[in-house]
Design a protein around this ligand. Structure first.
Ligand code: ADP
Ligand code: MG
Length: 254
């Protein structure tokens, strides 16, 4: 049975997609079969894994709205052992279409039940909002991984995210845990990065991963080549850090 991790933060640009792709690839590198579910209408994980969205027939939208089976929608990536449930812009309408449907928060959880045995890890790349797509992700997940960008306002909005986690724990998914908090785009040369790191550690304590993801240009280049960092530049600092993160995630007992 796989361990399901939602990668969530309602802020855009904090490293959710970069972490989904590269933690996913690093888990595969460590011998773990992994599925990434792209549930962001922007579909950046999908294209970042080299999939042409124009050629995608069915995506997560069809799973959530039309009850398509995950098995019909899943795609292999160029990395063996790494699969993806793609997202296309079709998903943009889902938030509204789900409003009046029965058990709208449980759609992803139910759909994943049928495919869970096939993977060691399932990572869900959430959109930058706390709407019904993120709620579906938190409801389907065993744990949530929160990336935090080391910049000004880093902690702003975290209260809302944690409140949403608590509401989901209370009403939809009692087992939901905080998997960990990941500092991203860290730049040790700036006082600001160091300050943010101190503040986040004060707040989340042992939940903060020892591994910190530095600002690394190779990480930002890899998606335009449709590859995880391990396939694009395995010797980069970015690759090294995501492999270390994968080991840490695995070491946490899952
Ligand atoms: P989100 O999914 O939270 O919106 P992304 O993962 O797409 O965030 O990251 C936002 C932007 O920052 C992207 O252009 C990405 O390539 C870049 N980026 C993410 N992490 C790093 C990093 N560690 N170093 C350099 N650039 C990064
Ligand atoms: Mg994203």
């Amino acid at each position: 049975m796989s361990h399901v991790v939602a990668i969530a933060n309602q802020k855009g640009g904090v490293g959710k997609t970069t972490t989904s792709i590269n933690l996913g690839a690093s888990l595969v590198n460590q011998g773990k079969k992994t599925l990434i579910v792209d549930i962001d209408p922007q579909g950046n994980t999908t294209s970042g894994l080299g999939i042409n969205k124009a050629e995608v027939n069915q995506c997560i939208y069809d799973v959530l709205i039309n009850e398509a089976l995950m098995q019909e929608v899943v795609l292999h990536t160029s990395m063996e052992g790494l699969d993806v449930i793609p997202a296309t812009i079709a998903l943009a309408g889902a938030e509204i279409e789900l409003v009046n449907t029965l058990s709208r928060e449980l759609r992803l959880k139910r759909a994943l039940q049928k495919i869970r045995e096939e993977y060691d890890y399932i990572l869900i790349d959430c959109p930058p909002s706390l709407g019904v797509l993120t709620i579906n992700s938190l409801t389907a997940a065993d744990a949530v991984l929160i990336p935090i960008q080391c910049e000004f306002y880093a902690l702003e909005g975290l209260g809302q995210l944690l409140n949403t986690v608590r509401i989901v724990q209370k009403h939809l998914n009692k087992r939901l845990e905080i998997e960990g908090v990941l500092l991203t785009m860290f730049d040790g040369r700036t006082n600001l990065s160091v300050q943010v790191m101190d503040e986040v550690k004060k707040y989340f304590q042992q939940k903060v991963y020892q591994t910190v993801i530095p600002r690394n240009v190779r990480l930002s280049e890899a998606p335009s080549h449709g590859k995880p960092i391990l396939s694009y530049d395995a010797r980069s600092k970015g690759a090294e850090c995501y492999v270390a993160l994968a080991k840490e995630v695995m070491g946490n007992g899952q």
